[in-house]
Design a protein around this ligand. Structure first.
Ligand SMILES: [Zn+2]
Ligand SMILES: [Zn+2]
Length: 151
């Protein structure tokens, strides 16, 4: 998986822009209720970056907070002007920052590696059988194995 660096993106109205100086850690397709509500879509393509490699410019994002599977807070960031979802930051995983894949200016080079939260997939949704499958999300141990396999 290789995108042109810097990877650029932003919200729909361009009030919020970002640049990333490193390749993403991974991309997955999430069907949790939080993501479905936040994106208004059956599935959310989420791409994860090392937070220190990301630089945001323009407007300050607004956020709201839900409780993740870990019991810790999950912050959902969005543009205060156009309302586009930008991404998430989980208190349980400070080493990565989630970005909504379609906020990238060119998400076409991303390679999703897993379907997560399949337990809340909608009956009319279709899941790619070639990806890793998780009823909820990978455990910390499974997650370690996935990260190792990605090199
Ligand atoms: Zn905006
Ligand atoms: Zn989700």
């Amino acid at each position: 998986m290789s995108l042109t660096i810097p990877i650029r993106g932003g919200c729909a109205c361009s009030a919020i822009r970002y640049e990333c100086s490193e390749q993403p850690l991974f991309t997955w397709l999430c069907r949790c209720q939080d993501c479905r509500k936040a994106t208004g879509s059956a599935v959310a393509a989420n791409v994860f970056f090392t937070p220190s490699a990301m630089k945001f410019t323009g407007s300050e994002s607004k956020s709201y907070t839900t409780t993740g599977l870990s019991g810790q807070s999950l912050h959902h960031l969005f543009c205060p002007n156009c309302g586009s979802p930008i991404g998430t930051q989980a208190d349980a995983f400070p080493i990565m920052r989630g970005v909504r894949a379609s906020s990238l200016d060119d998400p076409s080079g991303l390679k999703p590696m897993a379907n997560v939260w399949n337990c809340s997939a909608l009956p009319w949704d279709r899941l790619d059988p070639d990806l890793l499958q998780f009823e909820t999300q990978p455990t910390e141990e499974e997650f370690g194995r996935i990260m190792a396999s990605l090199g």
